[in-house]
Design a protein around this ligand. Structure first.
Ligand SMILES: [Fe+2]
Length: 135
């Protein structure tokens, strides 16, 4: 079973964001699955690269929606996005330098997996509510 199992209580009610969140959670799970299976370094690196690029794409799409709908908490939300993107970049750097280790996996679970789930349930839900109120 995937470590960050998709659950419909993560749906926030915006079709684009919801479908991207599903993909993002899948990318996170693919990384942890790869860690569990201890597949070779290149394959693991690929799951991290995808997670990194998909995170950038998803946040950019969300930010465009925020601009389009004049989201009042754009700056605060973007701050989290920047922080999170740096966390994923840092994870990649550490993996490249030191390879897989327990500390890296634990850090990724907390700072990448749990952090995005919490963000979806709070900030992103607020964003979707705002978008609906503007439509
Ligand atoms: Fe967000």
């Amino acid at each position: 079973m995937s470590i960050f199992q998709w659950n419909d209580n993560l749906l926030i009610g915006n079709a684009l964001i919801d479908s991207e969140h599903k993909e993002l959670v899948k990318a996170i799970n693919d990384f942890f699955d790869a860690c569990d299976r201890k597949i070779n370094r290149d394959e693991l690196q690929k799951t991290l690269s995808f997670l990194n690029s998909y995170t950038i794409k998803h946040f950019s799409d969300e930010e465009q929606l925020q601009v389009k709908y004049n989201y009042p908490n754009y700056e605060g939300h973007k701050k989290f996005h920047e922080f999170y993107k740096e966390t994923v970049r840092q994870l990649m750097r550490e993996f490249i330098m030191r390879g897989l280790n327990d500390e890296l996996v634990a850090k990724a679970k907390h700072d990448v997996g749990e952090a995005i789930i919490a963000h979806i349930k709070s900030e992103d839900r607020r964003l979707a509510t705002h978008i609906r109120s503007m439509e």
